[in-house]
Ligand binder design. Structure first.
Ligand code: GRF
Length: 383
């Protein structure tokens, strides 16, 4: 189980979406949510989230007591921090300890409409005023440059002539909901499973920071000062190759085998499948453009994922038949004895044969049901 933390200040819709997304699986958990506004959407939403440690850190404590936050992160064995509408500078002690492990989401296609003053509705207003045809959301690693860290993934939405800043905001938010959890899963695949924080070093940074007593300027948009992600990229992890496509990413997340070749063959029947989806497009994963369908709609990769289960289906039917057939044959033998014994006036024998036939019919049925329902989990265990 890999654990992440979320820092949030505002409505908390992304935080809630990330929480719900990972609740569906058992590989990643939102273990900790730290927020800095007592009267906020996130403060309310977090009460509904089970198994999440929710901690309010008062604004003044972010600069004076970063060690407390580091301790919380260490206690919960946090491997990655996702900023979701977090409107405060992350203390350097944290950015140093979690270098390359802090993500942020921005409501535009960075680098466009990023930087000073570009936050909230300002972004959407500027996009509409410039009559852009596309906008979207970008997940990036946090760097010392405002909205300037290395881009991990982005997702486009169409801007239509009747769009208002509010309607565009709603569209972009949907794209964010689809994008951010996937970007987090992708980032986790790239980093070693356990964070290697040097407690002495981060404690020293925390101490130096609080000793300096310098007031931290409140940024208009989330920003931190850490090396660029490219400088802190962790080494490749054996057996944990970053996925090349969303379908592979999901196969890895689900722990199932995925044969891209077979899927390609299956898609060959419909070569237009990637062009059919207008609207939202994953524009960059490791610099490679990828197509997908509109936010909220099933993606093409979802269609390709459906190529995997038939293998399980065929084998589970074969295994089920193999397991219940022997018991079924015994049931048939006993059944055939019932009439022959009855006509031979062996009523007691006919009754015994009938009872045995019933028992074996039940055994055959139960074995069939058991193997049918256990096959998939057992197969996944050995996969
Ligand atoms: C999102 O639009 C995100 O892109 C930006 O702040 C907003 C947060 O919204 N960084 P919420 O608090 O998650 O609802």
């Amino acid at each position: 189980m890999r654990k992440i933390a979320i820092f949030a200040s505002g409505e908390g819709s992304n935080a809630e979406n990330i929480y719900q997304f990972f609740q569906k699986g058992n590989r990643v958990r939102v273990a900790l949510i730290i927020y800095d506004r007592e009267e906020s959407g996130i403060a309310r939403r977090v009460k509904e989230m089970t198994g999440v440690r929710a901690v309010y850190i008062a604004p003044e404590d972010w600069t004076s007591a970063p060690q407390r936050i580091l301790d919380l992160l260490a206690d919960e064995e946090i491997e990655l921090i996702a900023l979701a509408g977090f409107l405060r500078m992350v203390p350097q002690a944290i950015t140093h300890a979690y270098a390359g492990r802090i993500l942020n989401i921005h409501p535009s296609l960075l680098p466009a409409y990023g930087g000073k003053g570009m936050y909230g509705m300002n972004v959407h207003r500027a996009v509409i005023e410039a009559a852009e045809a596309k906008s979207g959301a970008t997940v990036h690693y946090v760097s010392d440059e405002l909205d300037g860290g290395d881009i991990l993934m982005a997702q486009e939405v169409d801007v239509t002539p009747d769009d208002t800043p509010e309607s565009l905001c709603a569209k972009v938010r949907l794209a964010e909901f689809e994008l951010y959890p996937r970007a987090i899963a992708m980032a986790l695949l790239r980093i070693p499973p356990r964070i290697n924080v040097d407690p002495a070093a981060s404690a020293a940074t925390a101490e130096a920071e609080s000793a300096s007593q310098e007031p931290t300027p409140a940024p208009a948009q989330t920003e931190t000062a850490i090396p660029r992600a490219a400088d802190v990229n962790p080494p490749a992890i054996p057996g944990l190759t970053p996925p090349a496509t969303p379908a592979e990413e999901w196969a890895q997340t689900l722990g199932v085998r995925y044969d891209a070749g077979k899927v390609k063959d299956a898609l060959g029947a419909n070569p237009d499948v990637e062009q059919e989806a207008p609207g939202v497009t994953i524009v960059e994963i490791d610099g490679t453009p990828r197509a997908t369908s509109p936010a909220g709609a099933p993606r093409d990769s979802d269609a390709t994922d459906r190529e995997m289960p038939p293998t399980y289906l065929v084998w589970s039917i074969v295994v089920t038949l193999l397991c219940c057939i022997p018991a079924g044959i015994v049931a048939i033998i006993y059944s055939s004895q019932v009439s022959s014994k009855f006509y031979a006036d062996d009523l007691a024998g006919a009754r015994r044969a009938s009872e045995r036939a019933q028992i074996w019919i039940i055994v055959s049925f139960v074995t069939g049901v058991l193997f049918q329902s256990l096959y998939l989990p057992v197969a996944l265990l050995f996969n």
